[in-house]
Design a protein around this ligand. Structure first.
Ligand code: ATP
Length: 262
């Protein structure tokens, strides 16, 4: 067993496992800069984990690797049991589509499409068609995030908080095993930020999807199961917020649309 594995033993139900992951960028031949210096990390189903750290510490780079948008320069990255080094680009795309839901600070909704159509996009991209089941699920998700009456509206007709809730419904539409959220509440007021956070939390509880959320908000980080702190490309601290990372199920908590400002 390698040193990295010894310090980061695989959990049986790990959705995500990183062992000694490094990332370097070429910033001009022959200069190469390493921005992640050997990251060991694992996340189990049901875990809801905050990733914090100063600007430039490597949080987005780490999320891009875990989200399979970039490849590590070294180390081992296993997603849902798949060692990603063994996968070609097509297989990585398929794994990403089936396993990972992304929520970004800027929601990246397509302005010409309605809320419902935006939520259907992952289904269309992954399966080539929006099936009636996918449409029913998209409508159900929008209702659950409190936007049942706004399905036919385009992003420009919705507030920032509402747009972010559409983005969350889109991210959850394929029932991802892993949710990656990069400052999803960064440009929202406190009440909208709390509502968006609670939606992710409820999905995590109800469906057991692991969630890794980048946040600069200590209030929200304190409500996660664990807080991982990244400084200069290294994990320097990890705080366990709960004795048991497998948070109890509270079925139906997503069924009540949140009270949020419009
Ligand atoms: N494509 C790239 N080429 C070269 N350097 C990069 C590239 N992407 C990121 N970096 C560098 O990697 C380091 C980490 O950047 P990253 O965006 O991951 O940090 P961050 O913690 O997400 O910062 P912030 O909180 O400001 O978003 C920075 O020094 C950045 O300049």
């Amino acid at each position: 067993m390698s040193t990295a594995l010894a310090t980061n033993p695989a959990r049986e139900d790990a959705v995500l496992q990183l062992d000694g992951v490094r990332k370097s960028y070429n910033v001009g031949t022959p200069v190469e800069t390493e921005v992640l210096h050997g990251i060991d990390l694992s996340l189990s189903a049901h875990e809801f984990v905050a990733l914090t750290g100063p600007s430039g510490s490597g949080k987005s780079t780490l999320l891009n690797l875990i989200g399979l948008l970039e490849r590590p320069s070294a180390g081992r990255l296993v997603i849902d049991g798949h060692d990603t080094a063994a996968l070609d680009d097509a297989a990585l795309t398929a794994l990403r589509g089936h396993t990972i839901g992304f929520v970004f600070q800027y929601h990246h909704l397509l302005p010409a499409f309605t809320a419902l159509e935006n939520v259907l996009l992952p289904s269309i991209i992954t399966h080539g068609v929006a099936t009636p089941e996918a449409e029913a699920r998209a409508a159900e998700l929008l209702t659950r995030v409190g936007l049942g009456a706004a399905m036919a509206k385009r992003p420009g007709e919705l507030s920032g908080g509402m747009q972010q809730r559409v983005a969350i419904a889109r991210a959850l539409s394929l029932r991802p095993r892993l949710i990656l959220a990069d400052e999803p509440t960064g440009n929202l007021d406190t009440a909208s930020a709390d509502a968006v956070f609670e939606l992710l939390r409820a999905f995590n509880r109800d469906h057991g999807s692991a969630c890794l959320i980048v946040t600069h908000d200590p209030r929200l980080a304190a409500r996660c199961d664990r807080i991982i702190e990244l400084v200069d490309g290294r994990i320097v601290g990890e705080a366990e917020r709960r004795p048991n990372p497998n948070t109890p199920n509270t079925p139906g908590s997503l069924l009540t649309p949140p009270t949020v400002p419009h």
